[in-house]
Design a protein around this ligand. Structure first.
Ligand SMILES: Nc1ncnc2c1ncn2[C@@H]1O[C@H](COP(=O)(O)OP(=O)(O)OP(=O)(O)O)[C@@H](O)[C@H]1O
Length: 336
């Protein structure tokens, strides 16, 4: 069975006089199977919106191929568009319209039955507020309305950029249930989010992008399992020794993420190696505990975007390619 969404070797370069030439997508691959809820994760500026906009024909790629529901896009986007619902950037609604008016207008424009308006209002939890003007809505209510508008045509593929943005905890949980129900009804859902705990709960599979390239993909359990070996949390007697310890461990090939009061290590074969190495440096371990990884720690490690005490990360994941140094150091998006 063909994948619902296939992207191979996608490249997009932005050229501007002021920012120079930058690779936003650098041979990016993605594959989403039918009926999955698929999380699309990456740090700010890593290329997620560029990917989704390119997929929807809003940006012209510089290379690679894309297919939705077996149709090559953008060439045959017209044929497949009726089966794709998407919110890629916060949609603008007429503030004086009610939610019902807004959805009726969209349903009319799309030749969809009026009864579908009530169905989607019910699905996103706006039924009781449907007669009120959008300008009186909270951020979370506008977000629900946006999802309702994408659901109107009962798409086979639903693409949502940050659907949980602005929702309260109850709303996030309702959104999670909605996504699961949609996927159980056969809809494939692709959602980008920075709420990684949420993605871990909702999604069957994920793609993680960094610097315009895929750095991990597959079923959530497999991605976690691939990165769970050798995960260790280390505390030292003196918190001030953490940077020295991090440098010493990095030098011998351990992957280190520095937190306020501990280090997270990945790729440790034998914990004894860590204690011995640190003792040789005069650094004394007060705790050394194996850890179960979660999606957040995998994300921070693969994209090298964990906070470093004393540093302010300068966000820009695109790589400048016009001969000057890249804005982001190799393997991450950090700058002092
Ligand atoms: N129209 C544009 N012109 C020039 N550069 C752009 C343009 N759009 C995006 N970029 C750059 O391309 C890179 C990728 O941006 P993109 O919006 O795809 O990232 P993102 O992963 O969606 O980030 P976020 O999580 O912050 O939404 C960034 O460096 C961004 O500045």
């Amino acid at each position: 069975m063909p994948a619902v969404l296939e992207i191979e070797g996608l490249r997009k370069t932005y050229r501007s006089r002021r920012r120079g030439t930058r690779n936003a997508l650098d041979g990016f691959d993605m594959r989403v199977e039918v009926g999955q809820v698929h999380g699309f994760l990456g740090p700010n500026g890593s290329g997620k919106t560029t990917t989704l906009r390119t997929l929807l024909g809003l940006i012209r790629p510089d290379g690679g191929r894309m297919a939705i529901l077996g149709h090559e896009v953008p060439g045959t986007l017209d044929q497949v568009a009726p089966q794709v619902g998407a919110i890629v950037e916060s949609p603008q609604f007429f503030p004086h319209f009610t939610a019902r008016d807004t959805l009726s207008l969209l349903a009319g424009a799309g030749d969809l039955p009026e009864q579908r308006v009530d169905e989607v209002l019910e699905l996103v939890g706006l039924r009781d507020r449907a007669g009120e003007r959008v300008k009186t809505y909270s951020l979370g209510m506008k977000q629900r309305l946006a999802v309702a508008s994408a659901l109107l045509k009962n798409p086979r593929l639903l693409i949502l950029d940050e659907p949980a943005n602005g929702l309260d905890p109850g709303g996030i949980r309702e959104m999670r249930t909605l996504m699961r129900n949609l996927s159980e009804a056969g809809m494939t859902v692709v959602l980008s989010s920075h709420i990684l705990g949420e993605i871990q709960l909702i999604c069957d599979s994920v793609t993680i992008i960094s610097l315009g390239r895929r750095v991990a993909f597959g079923p959530v359990d497999e991605v976690l399992a691939q990165h769970s070996s050798g995960g260790v949390r280390v505390r030292l007697e003196a918190v001030t020794d953490l940077p020295v310890a991090a440098t010493a461990l990095t030098r011998v090939g351990v992957r280190v993420t520095t937190n306020d009061d501990h280090l997270m290590l990945a790729g440790v074969d034998k914990p004894a190696t860590v204690t011995r190495l640190l003792a040789e440096q005069g650094l004394y371990v007060s705790e050394l505990a194996p850890i179960d990884v979660d999606l957040e720690s995998v994300f921070l490690e693969l994209t090298a975007t964990a906070p470093v005490p004393g540093q302010h990360r300068q966000v820009d994941q695109s790589v400048r390619i016009d001969g000057t140094a890249p804005s982001a150091p190799a393997g991450g998006g950090w700058g002092a």
